[in-house]
Design a protein around this ligand. Structure first.
Ligand code: F6P
Length: 372
């Protein structure tokens, strides 16, 4: 048991995600009220750690952010202190390992434990700080729900709830005009958000990265719905889904980013292709983009965020540093940072199983995934 902890610091890195504020709140309140720690928060993630820019967190400051999307600590998805852009003595921009500055700043601020809220990029740096001897606790963050080490992360249910509302709303307008409407949903290379939003919102066609699709199969599905008396179709399109010939739509490649591929535009392409192939229906596409990431968080995520935050404090109290909070079944637990980083690598992420119960249930209900 480590009884010497007096002051902890939080930072959030990577893209924001619904529930981050609620986790900041639960850690701050539990740390202060239950364990008597002081709490500070670095602003703009690791950049704040480098520039020593932090705020004191108090119960009063966090009390009312329980349902607010985003992060009051702000976030940056670029600043890796182990490979950080600085100016050299000639004024040239160069990448350098400035992690020692971070370690020094933690000491200067009297921080005993650093709690890092982030996805794989942010947690990779957390692991590297842990390897340098910093006492670190990780709290995973991905609304894409693609981390194998935990069954669920806060943010996924909120994003899928907003996605569901989009599909609900598109169904009524698609029905009125007998249209086909394709709706693009975030989620990177995992189809969870599109699958949950599509199923809950009654999209009759769902395209996900795990199940390659063809336009011909979607055309067949639309024709079948016509025959069945449903002359409209809403297609939930995961941004990272791919055609059976391997075609994907990439909006932009962003150099100098931990996630260089920025997906955008697949729903528009699918709609274009369908328009050519289905002359008897008008086709439209929408891309809600970041809208599913913003706004208030779902009640389920508010509670999940409390559980992740309280567990993080418990790990600090028990001196279990170098670990990440996880949820397995109904039980909060933890896994080492080393293992979580390994699990976040391409190929080890948690993906939708095309043979799994959920996809099979959807197929039993007549949902088309574009593969048959
Ligand atoms: O990982 C979360 C996520 O929202 C993805 O679903 C999406 O592809 C990506 O981030 C968007 O990133 P950015 O906010 O950098 O555009």
């Amino acid at each position: 048991m480590d009884k010497k902890v007096k002051r902890i610091a939080l930072l959030s890195g990577g893209g924001d995600c619904p529930g981050l504020n609620a986790v900041i709140r639960s850690i701050t309140k539990t740390a202060i009220l239950k364990y008597g720690y002081e709490v500070i928060g670095y602003v703009f993630g690791y950049r704040g750690l480098y520039t020593n820019n932090y705020i004191e967190l108090t119960v009063d400051k966090v009390e009312n952010i329980y349902k607010e999307g985003g992060t009051i600590l702000y976030s940056s998805n670029k600043d890796n202190l182990f490979d950080y852009l600085v100016e050299d003595e000639h004024g040239n921009k160069v990448k350098k390992d400035v992690s020692d500055v971070g370690v020094e700043n933690l000491k200067k601020a009297g921080v005993d434990v650093l709690v890092v809220l982030g996805g794989d990029g942010t947690l990779t740096s957390a692991r590297d700080f842990s390897r340098k001897g910093v006492k670190v606790i990780g709290v995973p963050k991905t609304m894409d729900n693609d981390l194998s080490s935990t069954d669920l992360t806060y943010g996924f249910i909120s994003a899928s709830s907003v996605g569901t509302e989009f599909i609900d709303r598109l169904n009524t307008t698609a029905k009125s005009h007998h249209r086909v409407i394709c709706c693009e949903l975030m989620g990177r290379d995992a189809g969870w958000i599109a699958l949950y939003s599509g199923l809950a919102g009654n999209a009759s066609c769902i395209l996900i990265p795990e199940i390659p699709f063809t336009i011909e199969n979607i055309v067949k599905h639309v024709a079948l719905r016509d025959q069945q008396g449903y002359p409209y179709t809403v297609v939930a399109v995961a941004e990272g889904a791919k055609y059976a010939d391997g075609t994907k739509v990439i909006g932009k490649i962003v150099e100098d980013s931990p996630d260089p591929i920025r997906y955008s535009g697949l729903a528009a392409k699918v709609a274009d292709d369908l328009e050519k192939a289905i002359p008897n229906h008008e086709v439209r596409s929408v891309n809600p983009g970041h809208i599913i990431r913003g706004g208030d968080i779902a009640p389920y995520d508010r509670i999940l965020s409390i559980r992740f935050g309280v567990k993080a404090c418990e790990l600090i109290d028990q001196g279990l540093f170098g670990n990440v909070v996880t949820l397995r079944g109904e039980t909060m637990g933890y896994t080492s940072l080393e293992e979580v980083i390994g699990d976040a690598k391409i190929g080890k992420q948690k993906r939708v199983d095309p043979q799994g119960e959920l996809v099979q249930a959807a197929k039993a209900m007549g949902v088309c995934f574009g593969d048959e």
